[in-house]
Ligand binder design. Structure first.
Ligand code: IPE
Ligand code: MG
Length: 221
């Protein structure tokens, strides 16, 4: 989700207005995903690198996420959505972590869409923490021939399918340390639309572009 700040600046407003409007886009995209029976949807809400923004913006973002989560709980229950947060949770406040734990527990048995919020996440951090655990396993089983599944099982995304599609908004064309391992065969769709303007129709257009792709996974037809 990129372009919140620029969306606000274009209107002569503080960056936070862009983040607030961006929450409406999350809701619109989530509702469309439920309607279109998409099983998993992930949002890269806050990266490890985002901690380097000014404290005022970081604090406002964290407050906003904590509050929105609680306010939207009814939506998760109504639409049968399972809510999952993945990332370096040790860096989040105790209060936010408690809110996340509550939301995850209350929605854990929901069977519809799984909505994953990546918070304080980076792909390199994920691979490193998984490699550390894999190395520990290897000490107990030195003869084992390492395979990719050995690492995958320790990533925070273990048990969640790799993404079919990545949508990046706001005209940027980079992966910015997102799901590096998991996106080995993901299709990328780039759009100039700023995240606060990314609603149902923009989402539909991205899915249509995805549907036109020929996925070969390195093989030939
Ligand atoms: C994305 O919008 C939201 C977060 C990273 C939390 P930005 O805040 O990056 O907006 P721009 O890129 O400055 O427009
Ligand atoms: Mg940005």
């Amino acid at each position: 989700m990129d372009g919140n700040g620029r969306w606000a600046q274009k209107r002569g407003k503080e960056r936070i207005y862009g983040h607030l409007e961006g929450v409406e886009s999350v809701r619109a995209v989530m509702e469309a995903a439920v309607e279109w029976k998409i099983p998993y949807i992930s949002f890269f809400a806050f990266s490890e690198e985002n901690w380097n923004r000014p404290a005022a913006e970081v604090n406002t973002l964290m407050d906003m996420m904590g509050r929105t989560m609680v306010n939207e709980l009814h939506l998760f229950l109504e639409y049968d959505i399972r809510f999952v947060v993945l990332g370096n949770r040790a860096r989040l406040s105790d209060e936010l972590n408690a809110g996340i734990d509550r939301m995850m527990a209350v929605t854990a048995a929901n069977k519809g869409l799984t909505m994953i919020l990546f918070l304080s996440y980076s792909g390199q951090w994920d691979i490193l923490q998984a490699a550390e655990k894999m190395a520990h396993d290897l000490m107990n089983d030195p003869g084992h021939v390492v395979q990719s599944a050995d690492l995958s099982r320790h990533l925070v995304t273990a048990g969640i399918p790799d993404p079919d599609l990545l949508i990046r908004t706001s005209g940027e064309k980079r992966i910015s340390n997102y799901l590096l391992w998991q996106m080995a065969y993901t299709e990328f769709v780039f759009t100039d639309v700023l995240w606060p303007d990314f609603r149902r129709e923009a989402f539909r257009a991205a899915l249509e572009e995805y549907a036109s792709r020929d996925r070969r996974f390195g093989k030939i037809k």
